[in-house]
Design a protein around this ligand. Structure first.
Ligand code: CTP
Ligand code: CA
Length: 227
């Protein structure tokens, strides 16, 4: 019902969104993951759909139902998220990377459950860096189009400086900063938008309200972006 009152600022646009954490296996029963409930990414997917967009949501493990009218692709690891994004990125107008992607996977994961050693020695885990999905999409030059890319960053300190630096490093036009301990698992959030003109703070609100504001900000900006 509420959806019908949202202006259709993204009618005819295709949007690809990542959300949730990724999970990197250590063995069949254990793994490492990032803190993320998926609430913000799912709110962005819902807001984009309300705004008239066709939405594909690539989601790591969460406890959330797929938003109405959104095509969800479930993944577990960062590699799977990368592959699902690359398989769906052609002809997208906008890519929004909300997922908390694990920066490393375990390169010597065990096919069988690891057993504790009686002598107390610990497993010798080896790490390997995962591909940067957002930077890969942002750097892509393809006849199938290059979407307007939006990143998210959860920093634990110095958000204004780190946010501006991260936007430049990733080569993206818009980065959304949020302060980790103010957002994880919560229903509301405070976010800062970083673009080429500096930064703007969106005051604390519930994640759906912020997601709708973000979609409105993106729709204003893509008119200047050659899709
Ligand atoms: N991201 C991604 N793929 C990765 C890591 C991050 O797509 N392998 C995306 C996230 O979805 C987010 C943005 O990049 O939109 C920023 O993530 P963040 O972890 O803050 O950035 P990193 O470049 O990984 O830097 P840091 O060392 O601070 O973790
Ligand atoms: Ca990271």
């Amino acid at each position: 019902l509420i959806a019908s009152f949202q202006p259709k600022v993204l009618a005819g646009k295709r949007i690809l969104i990542t959300a949730g954490p990724t999970f990197e296996a250590i063995d069949p029963v254990r793994g490492i993951t990032n803190l993320s409930s998926g609430k913000m990414g799912y709110a962005v997917a819902r807001a984009a759909r309300e705004a008239g967009a066709e939405v594909v949501l690539v989601s790591g493990p969460t406890a959330l139902p797929a938003p109405f009218g959104v095509q969800r692709i479930n993944v577990q690891s960062a590699m799977q998220m990368h592959d699902a994004v690359m398989a769906n990125v052609d002809h997208q107008h906008i890519f929004i990377a909300v997922a908390a992607v694990a920066d490393w996977r375990i390169s010597n994961a065990s096919e069988q459950k690891l057993k504790k050693n009686p002598d107390g020695s610990v497993p010798d885990l080896k790490f390997e860096q995962n591909p940067d999905i957002l930077a890969t999409v942002a750097a892509r030059t393809s006849l199938a189009g290059h979407p307007y890319c939006v990143g998210f960053a959860a920093e634990s300190e110095n958000l204004v400086q780190f946010g501006a630096d991260k936007r430049e490093k990733k080569g993206i036009p818009l980065l959304v900063g949020n302060i980790g301990h103010h957002t994880f698992g919560q229903d509301d959030n405070t976010i800062i938008l970083f673009d080429e003109n500096g930064h703007t703070i969106l005051p604390r609100a519930d994640k759906l309200t912020l997601a709708r504001q973000l979609i409105s900000e993106i729709s204003k900006r893509i008119t200047q972006h050659s899709l």
